[in-house]
Write a protein that binds this ligand. Sequence first.
Ligand SMILES: Cc1ncc(COP(=O)(O)O)c(C=O)c1O
Length: 497
Amino acid sequence: MYKFKKISINRHCTEHLYMQLYNSIKDLIINKDIKPHEKLPPIRKLADLLDVNNITVVKAYNLLENNNYVYKKIGSGTFVSDIEDNSYLKGFDGLEGEAYEDIRLMDRGQIEVRENVINFASATPTPHLFPVSDFKEVLNEVLDRDKGLAFGYHDSKGYSPLREYIVKYLEFYKINTSIESIQIISGAQQGIDIISKALLKHGDSVIVECPTYTGAIAAFESRGVKMLKAPITRDGIDLNILEDYIERYNPKLIYTMPNFQNPTGYSYSTNTKKGLLELASKKGLIIIEDDYLNDLNFYTDENITLKSMDKNENVIYIKSFSKIFMPGLRLGFLIVPINLNNEILIAKQTSDISTSSLIQRAFDLYLRKGIWKRHITYMKKIYKERFDTMVQSLENNLPEETTFLKPMGGINFWIGLAPGFSANELYSQSINKDIAFIPGGVFYPGNSESNFFRLSIADVYPDDIKKGIEILSEAIIKYYERSNIRPQRKSSYRPIL
Ligand SMILES: Cc1ncc(COP(=O)(O)O)c(C=O)c1O
């Protein structure tokens, strides 16, 4: 307890008491005054020690948990997370049978969904949304026009008319670049992989948002690098933690999704984006910006990319065409700072020589004919209806103790069970009722347990969203009721009338 005695709470300061407490404990964690897996004092004890209300401590602990500084174990208490943990083997203890197998599969980026299951797990668009007939037309045109050439090997950098057109296409997104910087890739996953191959060696450190995209965890893991976890909040990552990591570990790069992050759906504020760029520029840090969903900005205009503000060439930008066009194209591109061009090109060559010539030529025509703009408008309309239905269903049905921050766009929703409850356990119950989602532990390097889980709207129709969220909410209520532990209410005061 003696470490907590040092905490001083200023009652005359305008900052809320729980925020002061949150920041003080956060500092103790970051400075390693309290060690990973060490238990925090029980709520009442700390409240007595600091002469504050129990609710102040509850709020501070909840915020620490939401930002991944601590984790809770049912019946045992609150423990400090190991935010620099470098062990990736996950236990998934306590889960047996099909549910266990499902979650292990998800951890490897796969999912097997039975018929009749309402699938909130998959982030792959419903196939009937794919622009198949438009694509058939451009494919036929390319075959008539280019004949055998469409099936030859290609320059590893990519088909130059496509690279040239991408430079124009990027003007629409206010990104100024040149054809030399465009590297065609076979999907964003390959982008992450070849950047890792080109720039990282065993033992290097990289910073990842926490939680983050499982495919990135796997790519970094395969390089044997140390992942430093930067907790993600509603405004993006905490720049103080970032600076601290840079100073202590000299990381090679940071992997980010500044808009509609996967899995949380949160976006960095413009200030955080600017702060990140400034820091990267000052410290010579490479930023990977994974832009997999930027177009789905339903309720914000702040979805500006880091790349469009990158004056000092710190950003490697990755664009995926999977979510907005078709994942099976296996097509995307990088914008690479000129000084890294060669290393990235060599890594691409050794990965798959080049991306399919036929697909590059067809997509080039698809862009040049302007069909992409029409398709994006169509996809935005479909997804917005699903997004609004999801928000409304969550607001109407989720039990009060369950948290959810409405994102401003995208396809992912990050839901928090009451502290101490397990999303893995909820999964094993809800899959029996034909509802699938992804338990949060899958998105944390080295962690298998979380009270959070991800719901995606990519592969569900509005009617199924309504029905699915009702069933899921019912399962959550039952889970709370069955447990001996009362979920802590959301810390807000209510009238007793
Ligand atoms: C954040 C993020 N990056 C990259 C990818 C992989 O995209 P692609 O299909 O272009 O390889 C995904 C796929 O879900 C993703 O969510």
